[in-house]
Design a protein around this ligand. Structure first.
Ligand code: APR
Length: 250
């Protein structure tokens, strides 16, 4: 039996149990329970006077590269200290049950892979990696490089975090694969995302147009909510484990 108090009905459990292909889109809400602050959360301490939208842009990096690098160093430390939570772990378990499973994430924290998910598409990059701000390819600082930001070992330009900033294009391969997964899946789960930031926010509609069953997991309404077949109101760390457990027992 599904947990009806969370909106997990027998009909949903049966659709998911029979699905041969599932696509998932996650946003920062799934990592909130791991203590990684979302962009739209209030910033703390030293960083509280800055708007994230003013730091996560190519213009901000051009204006003050050291400030932007230091902000990402602070976020990197939070990510290193964070652990995957029951929501991440439930998605890794779900992947092992479904023949074709794709997890597209807008998060840059790497927690899905650390939880054991394998087919992960990082649409907005990964905060742990760096890349050359001029040449664009992945690069790490030389040992002993104390400049802020550190310099590209190849060309001497500044390194920057390997994430997608506001106004930048998504990594094409990852987005093309996510889009294909959305168009071919039988069930699409949208988890912990405000469904406001495009193009990722277009993936659920692509899935719906191809006939997928849409499920949203979020404590609050989003612009996607009126279009979903099942809106599961609650925290990802509570709802996802309950959903996967329901598949095991039914
Ligand atoms: N479980 C599930 N959802 C949650 C939880 C939780 N425990 N806590 C919060 N949420 C929901 C919020 O209700 C909100 O809808 O997660 C969503 C977080 O929204 P955003 O902060 O807008 O995050 P996201 O959708 O990931 O943002 C997309 O925008 O800032 C850029 O590049 C950044 O990848 C990010 C993108």
């Amino acid at each position: 039996m599904g947990d009806t108090s969370l909106g997990i009905t027998d009909a949903l459990v049966s659709v998911l149990r029979d699905a041969r292909s599932v696509a998932v889109l996650t946003g920062s809400g799934i990592s909130a329970e791991s203590g990684v602050p979302t962009f739209r959360d209030a910033q703390t301490g030293l960083w509280s006077r800055y708007e994230p939208q003013e730091l996560a842009t190519p213009e901000a990096f051009e204006r003050d590269p050291a400030l932007v690098w230091e902000w990402y160093e602070w976020r990197r430390r939070l990510v290193r200290e964070a652990r995957p939570n029951p929501g991440h772990l439930a998605l890794a378990r779900l992947e092992r049950r479904v023949p074709s499973f794709t997890l597209a994430t807008q998060n840059v924290d790497g927690l899905h892979r650390r939880a054991g998910s394998e087919n992960v598409l990082e649409l907005h990059g990964n905060i742990v990696r760096s890349k050359c701000s001029v040449e664009g390819f992945e690069a790490e600082p030389r040992a002993g490089d104390e400049s802020v930001p550190p310099l590209c070992p190849n060309c001497g330009a500044f390194l920057r975090p390997d994430v997608v900033w506001f106004g930048e294009a998504l990594p094409e391969d990852a987005f093309v694969s996510a889009s294909a997964a959305a168009r071919t899946c039988e069930v699409f789960l949208s988890v912990g995302t405000s469904s406001l930031v495009y193009p990722a926010a277009a993936l659920p509609s692509e899935a719906a147009r191809s006939g997928a069953v849409l499920v949203e997991i979020n404590p609050d309404d989003t612009p996607l909510t009126p279009h979903v077949d099942y809106a599961l109101r609650g925290r990802a760390g509570e709802v996802l484990p309950a959903l996967v457990r329901a598949l095991d027992v039914s």
